[in-house]
Design a protein around this ligand. Sequence first.
Ligand code: F0G
Length: 354
Amino acid sequence: MSAYAGVLERYKPFLKIPAHTRTVTLLEGNTPLIPVPQLAEELGGGFELYIKFEGMNPTGSFKDRGMTVAISEAYGGGAKSVICASTGNTAASAAAYAARAGMRSIVIIPAGKVATGKLAGAVAYGAEVIQIDGSFDDALNLVVAISEKYPIALVNSLNPYRLEGQKTAAFEIVDSLGESPDWLALPVGNAGNISAYWMGFTELHARENMALPQILGVQAAGAAPLVLGHPVEHPETVATAIRIGKPARGEQALTAAEESHGRIIAVSDDEILAMQKRLAANGIWVEPASAAGVAGLAHELREGKINLKGKKVAAVCTGHGMKDPDIITREMKKPTILPAEMNALEDFLAREGK
Ligand code: F0G
């Protein structure tokens, strides 16, 4: 296999893609599965915990896995423009891959609810960014309608090729562990990713008789339609990536949870932010939404609803912390200001060391 292969080339025999597909890649995927024994201990111990750190993809989120396939299909099929609704990461990813293919990208985002690093990314990669005075769900309705009327390729996860790409993360986890994890925990927003992972694991099961993991999908309490059982009109959460009230693949997500003998739960913003800090204390800085999966595990352990003794657990951290610096800088202790003098530094170290 060439060193220049992304997920499309690496997993081609296992992807259901049309023959006209022409690879557009940034060598996404192959992200680390990082053991976090200290965090597992803090959560009660007795199990192995691994973080699939998807923030290590080229544009800083897991979206790149799906986007390489969706854009490659659209490009090979002759599309000149792509469009998506986004809470930010999809926008940045679509913009980057479209740029690489020389295509026009149009992204529609909810005004004021997209983290700085994502918006900056979309702009840097050359997207035409449209903010609407509405939610992600409103934006998704718009892009679906426009892509039905005009020759513009829709690259949200309603596009089946997005899921084909994203399922490769399940293959990688199994490759790294040498087997399936017992549990897989991940955040759920528009529900494309949980659906893709379940596709990946069930295909491995059919192909290689690989065991199936139980899936723990985690929503934010203020945006938890799949837990409540109905759409949420005005979703609200600090985890803006998953601030979604009507997930496009909601039914599929519920099926994945049920078939895997897992479930979809909700955690509070405080639990999400606390887990973001704990992950950072293990050297893994993720954006708030990305901490939701591990926060969900902690929640279930605390409430005695899950028994992980002797188990292998993988949690997906979907996006990098650098996507959303504001959440940190808003609350952080201001850096100390000192004169540029040795004495001042020595005094400071002596003072702070006590
Ligand atoms: N984590 C992050 C960092 C995300 O950006 C998203 C979704 C999710 C989790 C949830 O994944 O939607 O497949 O259930 N972000 C989309 C976007 C909605 O527009 O970037 P999902």
